[in-house]
Design a protein around this ligand. Structure first.
Ligand SMILES: *Cc1c(COP(=O)(O)O)cnc(C)c1O
Length: 419
């Protein structure tokens, strides 16, 4: 069950009617449920209870809102960050620097130095070149950088091509067959405390077998390194567990995932690290929108909503599905196309979908919008940056303001020489 349910004829987030929020804040607006976020954080942790030493770093990129990060910090989560901006958010939310993992193929020298200065707990190196550079920067600062080496296991996660990260043709990590040699060379560098391996094969993973294969390969690599006398105390298994986007979808649960990991890792004698994103935040948020008008079409009506691809990019970017539901359903259904107002044909949320009958002025939601939603929003077509709200029981608060087009316009200027 989630916390977005019809109560007294209208969809509520926990105990707050969505029409109340829409009236006060306007639409489109993201609404997150605190209870859902906390429950997901706890369920994921419990699923790993069989492992003796665990570290969980929430993948900030899935939902970097400060209030979301604060809540997860209170649940004992660290953070997996991929930029200085995300690192500063995690620290501002109260996460301990030592609980922050810094991932990403393009960490700049400036970012590496800032992260060392902040005392970040672990760098996941994505190349030998990055390791050499980090070692130099750390040595010049008189500190030691704790890190792991991210390996590309060349496993197909079976997910959308744009969210696959663990195949040989993807840019992430070092190739499996040279990883041992690179590990050995990097471990000799002063300035680095290379303590383990990392892997992350993709996102929205709906079948555990590719992950299992990747983890088995990583275990073998770790064993081989130890045989050569290398120290490997940490294994970071990344994130990627999928969530149901369609009502009725059956996916592996965190418990299934935890059981699979416990089986693969039973002889590892290592701290096992995780970087879940979507599985924590995905189903904890909806995007509330208002129907602008219903336009006649040749085959079926076009439901034009006031949310667009700039607010929720996943359908345009990944052909992703988000369930659509009326906030005050009448029980009638229609078949329609659902589109936003942006002047791009990719600004399409659904084609030929059977949905609640809606009319101009009605409120509706796109479900499962808590991950890779607001964080990917932009201002294309000079639209506002979408606001975010968090609900807790019968309380709610704006946790990110709408940034109006006028504020963005005010940050631009015309140079003198144009006049
Ligand atoms: C995106 C990402 C994650 C989180 O992925 P989810 O599918 O949201 O769990 C974790 N680790 C790394 C390195 C990532 O790039």
């Amino acid at each position: 069950m989630d916390h977005f349910q019809i109560i007294g004829g209208a969809m509520n987030a926990e105990h707050v009617p969505l029409p109340d929020i829409a009236r006060a804040v306007g639409t489109p607006v993201y609404v997150y449920s605190r209870a859902t976020l906390s429950r997901h954080a706890q369920v994921f942790r419990q699923a790993l209870a069989a492992l003796p030493k665990v570290h969980i770093a929430f993948a900030v990129k899935s939902n970097p809102n400060l209030a979301v990060l604060r809540l997860l910090a209170k649940e004992g989560y660290g953070a997996d960050v991929v930029s200085e901006g995300e690192m500063n958010r995690a620290l501002a939310a109260g996460m301990a620097p030592g609980d922050v993992v810094f991932s990403g193929v393009g960490k700049t020298a400036r970012e590496l130095a800032a992260a060392l200065k902040a005392g970040i707990g672990q760098f996941n190196l994505e190349s030998e070149e990055e390791g050499v550079e980090l070692a130099q920067i750390a040595a010049s600062m008189g500190v030691v950088a704790t890190c792991t080496l991210r390996v590309n296991p060349d496993v197909d996660a079976g997910t959308h091509a744009k969210i696959s990260t663990g195949k040989a043709e993807n840019k992430f990590g070092v190739a499996y067959d040279v990883a041992g040699a690179i590990y050995t060379r990097l471990s000799a560098l002063p300035g680095l405390n290379l303590r383990g391996l990392a892997v992350h094969i993709g996102s929205q993973i709906t079948d555990l077998e590719p992950s299992r294969q990747a983890f088995v390969k990583m275990g073998a690599l770790m064993a081989g390194l130890r045989e050569q006398g290398q120290r490997v105390t940490h294994m970071d298994l990344g994130g990627g567990l999928g969530v149901p986007y369609k009502a009725g979808d059956m996916l592996p649960t965190p418990a299934d995932y935890g059981a699979m990991v416990a089986e693969v890792a039973k002889d590892w004698d290592a701290t096992v690290m995780f970087e879940p994103g979507r599985v924590i935040t995905g189903n904890a948020g909806v995007l509330v929108t208002q129907v602008v008008r219903v336009k006649q079409g040749s085959a079926r009506p076009w439901v034009v909503v006031d949310a667009a691809m700039n607010d929720l990019a996943r359908p345009a970017m990944y052909d992703a599905w988000h369930d659509f539901a009326a906030v005050q359903p009448t029980g009638d259904m229609i078949e329609a196309n659902i589109v936003g107002p942006i002047c791009e044909s990719s600004d399409t949320f659904a084609m030929a979908r059977t949905i609640d009958a809606v009319q101009a002025g009605d409120l509706a939601v796109f479900r499962t919008a808590g991950a890779y939603g607001a964080t990917m929003a932009n201002t294309y077509n000079s639209r506002a940056l979408v606001p975010e709200v968090m609900v807790d029981g019968d309380k709610w608060a704006i946790v990110a303001n709408r940034i109006e087009p006028a504020a963005i316009l005010a940050a631009e200027q015309v140079p003198d020489w144009l006049d």
